[in-house]
Design a protein. Structure first.
Length: 56
């Protein structure tokens, strides 16, 4: 896995959390919750594909 560049300053108040949605066909999607904080290993969780997430 490539390492993130540290050349740019981190914005004040940004805690490294991010959300990514992955499509599973026309009516379902999964949600990935990821935290990438300076000096720590990335970690996260996921929610299984559903129509509810696709409708968000």
């Amino acid at each position: 896995m490539p390492r993130a560049s540290t050349a740019r300053p981190v914005l004040p108040g940004y805690d490294g959390n991010g959300v990514c949605y992955v499509a599973f066909g026309p009516h379902r999607a999964a949600r990935l919750n990821i935290t990438i904080a300076a000096g720590a290993r990335p970690y996260g969780s996921h929610d299984a594909p559903s129509e509810e997430i696709a409708n968000e």
